[in-house]
Design a protein around this ligand. Structure first.
Ligand SMILES: [Zn+2]
Length: 344
């Protein structure tokens, strides 16, 4: 398995990436781009575009928000810098952490905005958790669907012609697109313009200082960051553990890649984070979810094993084993998982 020489991503990644002749991934190459961009020019483009859609009577813009740090920053720019009247829209998947729920409901107050929260019934959500887990190995499929469906439905209903989306994961993580491509979800590049050179830690500091935004108080079992993915308590837990089962890496790898690219840690420090967190089976989180959906751990493990990518995992001596970023590609590392069923 090839790993990027600059960050810690493997060649088989959830957000597709490729390597150049120096062994550097497309995600790292795209992450270098902002330094060379004329952000003042981009901001002027953004302002000009927004002016076209300013409404005399209704909402100027719709912002899909989870209540996370990006949601606060987007709404801050729209309300405080551009003087727009936004409509906030949230898909609520029923599993917010208390801090995330507080952050979400605080938005209506601190920004004085109308806020529509779409909440499916709990029984439906539990069924969707079970179906998503069994069919796709992802209990949060309903959330991805809701997040990218509800805001568009509401925009059509209220005749709001402009949507301000957040980050584009495939560009940001994998470098599938560049900052000059202006592709898909056109509000993607609007958000990038709106950032005006801020990195995530800058606007996290801003939303904490200005609006009382809160990070999670209890550390997560599978990553070192406490300020991301607070809109679902399992997002940094078993949902992410399933990514490790499927792809052989987890959120600690994602967070380490971002922090290496931002210059917040060295690659060696990133590798230590990966060693510490990526393989962890999150006990606290798993116990809660198994009880939530009424499933045994044995059944959970058996379903997990059906999602192990044979390019990543190999059964050896009753254990699942894989290659790791801290070893040469030809060698297996110490990370192993109990073999609960026979590999496909
Ligand atoms: Zn990289």
């Amino acid at each position: 398995m090839q790993y990027c020489v600059k960050c810690v991503y493997p060649a088989v990644a959830a957000t597709p990436l490729t390597f150049d002749q120096h062994g550097v991934c497309t995600g790292c190459r795209v992450a270098e781009m902002p330094r060379a961009i004329d952000w003042n020019g981009r901001w002027r483009l953004f302002e000009a575009l927004v002016e076209e859609y300013r409404s005399a009577s209704g909402y100027d813009i719709l912002i899909p928000v989870s209540g996370g740090k990006d949601s606060y920053f987007q709404t801050h720019v729209a309300v405080k810098r551009l003087g727009l009247k936004p409509l906030l829209v949230t898909y609520h998947g029923n599993n917010y952490l208390p801090e995330g729920e507080d952050n979400l409901h605080r938005m209506r107050e601190v920004f004085d905005c109308d806020h529509i929260i779409v909440r499916p019934g709990v029984d439906v959500l539990i069924k969707m958790n079970r179906i998503g887990f069994r069919l796709q190995g992802d209990m949060n499929w309903h959330a991805h669907c809701g997040i990218f469906t509800s805001p568009i439905q509401v925009a059509v209903r209220y005749k709001v012609p402009l949507i301000l989306w957040g980050e584009h994961g495939f560009m940001d993580l994998g470098g599938m697109y560049s900052y000059n491509d202006f592709v898909e979800f056109t509000a993607k590049h609007r958000l990038e313009h709106a950032l005006r050179g801020f990195d995530w830690h800058d606007f996290t500091a801003l939303v904490m200082r200005e609006y009382g935004w809160r990070a999670a108080e209890q550390p997560f079992e599978r990553t070192y960051r406490t300020m991301s993915n607070l809109d679902d308590m399992h997002e940094n837990g078993i949902h992410d553990y399933l990514k490790f089962v499927k792809f052989g890496y987890g959120r600690a790898t994602d967070h380490a890649c971002k922090d290496i690219r931002s210059g917040l840690m060295t690659r060696a420090e990133g590798i230590e984070k990966v060693r510490t967190y990526d393989h962890v089976k999150p006990r606290r989180d798993l116990t809660r979810w198994l009880d939530y959906v009424g499933m045994s751990e044995r059944e959970f493990d058996a379903v997990c094993d059906t999602f192990r990518d044979p390019r990543i995992w190999r059964a050896e001596d009753g254990q699942w084993v894989k290659e790791n970023v801290w070893r040469r590609p030809s060698a297996y590392g110490p990370v192993s998982q109990p073999l609960t069923s026979v590999a496909r």
